[in-house]
Design a protein around this ligand. Structure first.
Ligand SMILES: [Zn+2]
Length: 78
């Protein structure tokens, strides 16, 4: 599947947090690069949505939906 940019998870973040978060600046825990979430790389193939750093490819965030619950892993963000 073709990678998307961070705008692809804008609606998901609004549903989880109540506001648009795509203009939030995130710092990669793997390489220290900082950029707006909208500029990150999003993959929607597989069991969840994975957000990766555009600089190093490190995993920043993972969203997995199971029934009505969304599990969020933010361990790749400082
Ligand atoms: Zn990185």
């Amino acid at each position: 599947m073709e990678p998307l940019d961070g705008n692809a998870i804008g609606g998901l973040l609004i549903s989880l947090l109540g506001t648009d978060q795509t203009d939030v600046v995130v710092t990669c825990a793997h390489c220290g690069a900082t950029r707006m979430l909208a500029e990150c790389v999003v993959f929607r193939s597989g069991p969840g949505t994975v957000v990766r750093c555009r600089s190093c490819g490190g995993q920043l965030m993972v969203f997995v939906q199971r029934h009505d619950v969304t599990c969020v892993d933010l361990l790749g963000v400082q």
